[in-house]
Design a protein around this ligand. Structure first.
Ligand SMILES: [Zn+2]
Length: 110
């Protein structure tokens, strides 16, 4: 995860893509990653950044994009979702674990 510091990460509020995901997933707020940009809908950037577990989850997706390459990862992600559904998608499982781990580490610090 260290080399994430060298990436030019962006956070985009009121994103069209995140809004689409919100409609599909039927949730009130969504953060989704496309490449190096975290797209938000229904949540403010400040609010999102305060949720360390959530940020770690999305950073894990940034890492997955980086490891697989942009279009290859999009394809693999869709394939996983198609085969296993959103919740059991292995990329989501990995990102959830990263989120849980970050929350634990944060609790240990405070
Ligand atoms: Zn995710």
């Amino acid at each position: 995860m260290e080399d994430l510091e060298n990436l030019k990460l962006k956070v985009k509020e009121n994103s069209f893509f995140a809004r689409l995901a919100r409609i599909i997933l039927k949730t009130s707020n969504v953060a989704m990653v496309l490449g190096k940009t975290i797209h938000l809908s229904g949540v403010k950037k400040e609010e999102f950044l305060q949720d360390h577990s959530w940020v770690a989850h999305e950073l894990c997706h940034v890492q997955q994009f980086k490891e697989n390459g942009y279009f290859k990862f999009l394809w693999l992600y869709l394939l996983e979702s198609y085969r296993n559904g959103y919740y059991n998608n292995k990329y989501e499982v990995e990102a959830r674990q990263a989120g849980t781990k970050a929350a634990q580490e944060w609790r240990n610090l405070t």
